[in-house]
Design a binder for this molecule. Structure first.
Ligand code: SF4
Length: 355
């Protein structure tokens, strides 16, 4: 068994209904006609010292209020990365990022990932399992009540765990649940065409970001091996169709990699693919990650891409891969942790809300 597949914690002794996966209707059904002065939103209180009446109610109804175990926190200037232990022994990470007007929670949707992107630590270990709805919602709850944006950019491909991710988003959007603002939630995906077609028909008021990273099928297949069966034109077409249906812009992320996808001909192709579409582009500049042998595209080439897109009327921003102060690239803490000290042998971090 590889280090990565070794589980970190002992399995939970008993399974109870996880509170943070309950919809308002589920909660109502459990409460039933029993007199209680609890409200559905009480389930989502972020501080750990939960009201005694809530704890008593949970005990009486076999409801488990929290299932994630915060085992490690790395703090940077503007971000904190948290390693959460799951009840079955696996672990996932979340990142809390401070902005001027609030906090963004970057959360995971799966343990590992099946898509094996060449630039991502999460993909190197393969997919272990989907997170359930409550495990997704709880990451946000544990990151604190000041979180007002959520991005699915942690470990896993959210559209490869469609039902649980959509269930979690509904709970996050519920006014009586986490009550996150409209457009405060972003799904970041490599773009699975069938799932994009389903997403087009959902009425959720979310943002959609597609990790494109290439302008030819050949280069995309190399960068995202798990996406080989997805035609790049179909991915773009479905994403644009979602944008048109919801009267929004879709964001395409393009990670510039020297000698791979940053030639002038790539910029020209990108312009042809996205001109006159409800689309914008985030050009990402690579932050080096241990064990991933990519370099960083130089300033001149980056500016060429930017100006080429701007001249074509395509909105563009240039960003560094985020959270550089604590190596908050997707999946990195998780991978490093599994290769290092056993989580079970470490002291638990005091579980207070971070934001
Ligand atoms: S970038 Fe996303 S889709 Fe690709 S391997 Fe990493 S987690 Fe999976």
């Amino acid at each position: 068994m590889s280090t990565v597949t070794t589980r970190l914690f002992a399995p939970a002794a008993e399974r109870r209904v996880p509170a943070l996966g309950l919809t308002a209707a589920d909660f109502g059904a459990i409460v039933g006609s029993t007199p209680t002065n609890l409200a559905y939103r009480d389930l989502f209180l972020s501080h750990q010292d939960l009201p005694r009446k809530l704890k008593r109610w949970a005990e009486e109804n076999s409801v488990q209020l929290r299932t994630l175990d915060r085992v490690k926190v790395e703090r940077g200037k503007c971000s904190q990365k948290v390693l959460f232990g799951l009840a079955d022994g696996y672990a996932v990470e979340s990142v809390l990022i401070r902005r001027r007007d609030g906090f963004t929670a970057c959360i995971s949707s799966q343990v590992g990932c099946a898509f094996a992107c060449q630039f991502c630590a999460s993909g190197q270990a393969g997919l272990k399992r989907n997170l359930d709805t409550s495990e997704i919602v709880e990451q946000v709850v544990q990151l604190g009540s000041k979180v007002n944006r959520v991005v699915f950019m942690g470990i896993g491909e959210p559209l490869n765990n469609y039902e649980n991710v959509l269930g979690a988003i509904r709970i996050m959007r519920d006014r009586d649940g986490l009550n996150l603002p409209t457009t405060g939630i972003t799904i970041s995906t490599i773009g699975i065409p069938k799932a994009l077609a389903r997403l087009r028909e959902e009425h959720l008021g979310i943002n959609l970001t597609i990790s494109l990273h290439a302008t030819t099928q050949e280069i995309r297949d190399k960068l995202i091996p798990g996406s080989r069966k997805h035609d790049i034109r179909d991915v773009i077409g479905r994403a644009v169709s979602w944008a048109e249906r919801h009267n929004r812009m879709v964001t395409f992320v393009y990670l510039l990699l020297p000698g791979v996808n940053d030639a002038r001909v790539d910029a020209d192709r990108l312009v042809r693919m996205l001109s006159y579409k409800p689309a914008r582009v985030n050009l990402m500049r690579w932050s080096p990650v241990d064990g991933v042998a990519f370099g960083r595209t130089n300033d001149r080439q980056t500016q060429y891409f930017r100006h080429r897109l701007e001249r074509a009327g395509i909105p563009v921003v240039v960003r560094d891969t985020q959270g550089m102060d604590i190596d908050a690239a997707c999946g990195q803490l998780w991978l490093r942790d599994l290769q290092g000290l056993k989580a079970a042998s470490r002291a638990r971090v005091q579980p207070t809300a971070l934001a």
